[in-house]
Design a protein around this ligand. Sequence first.
Ligand code: KIV
Length: 271
Amino acid sequence: MSVNKQVKRVTTHVLQAMKSRGEKISMLTAYDFSMARIIDAAGIDVILVGDSASNVMAGHETTLPITLDQMIYHASSVIRGVNRCLVVVDLPFGSYQGNSMEALASTIKIMKESGAHAVKLEGGEEIKESITRILSAGVPVMGHLGLTPQSIYKFGTYTVRAKEEEEAAKLIKDAQMLEEIGCFAIVLEKIPAHLAKRVTESVGIPIIGIGAGPHTDGQVLVSHDLFGITKDFAPRFLRRYLDLFSEMKGAVEQYIQDVRSQDFPNEKEQY
Ligand code: KIV
């Protein structure tokens, strides 16, 4: 048996057990093989192939332009880089909002062509039928409530959601509904910490927060933000662990200088 086969893989059941034990769940985005290898080797629980690839990989202003085929390309690259973690893929904008049959067809295409383990969809009651149909095909679903970037033109801004009681009450109801129909986890994005605490305590499935405070069952960040590759994005909730933009820029500047001065390649760096 190879070493890889002996690795205990993270499943949705493992995440549920972690919530029961009060162990925090770590999740990060990845969009390619090399990044996925690093993140998986570090011991992350979940990799999200987020539609934030539209922003950080393709340079679009929103997540709306990324296509199903592009998500599958990213997801299949990530899958080839991991041994242990659970890989969840975002259904991109336009691939599930039409009707539940479209949602199921998009999900099946992702699962067959990428080898991913689960999908994530943004929204509550409005997409209940689609989520139910996907679940009945045996595919694990992660929900996503609060700030849902695919609806940015409805919201108008990327500001904190559900500060008012009416929106907060709908969010709690949606979270309970997602649990009831069988979602295995929910991402809560950019909502007040006290509301995220209420949701986390009122549902039995793992709640993963981003900009939702410390009380959720786990945390997720966009890896390019954590590494400091994205320079201009600096929301209050983000903790940067590196300044890779500056480090990589510095390395490239050094390389240019070495090429120009004919320091590179030297005698050892040739055949
Ligand atoms: O696409 C993404 O990266 C996400 C996270 C922000 C949760 O949905």
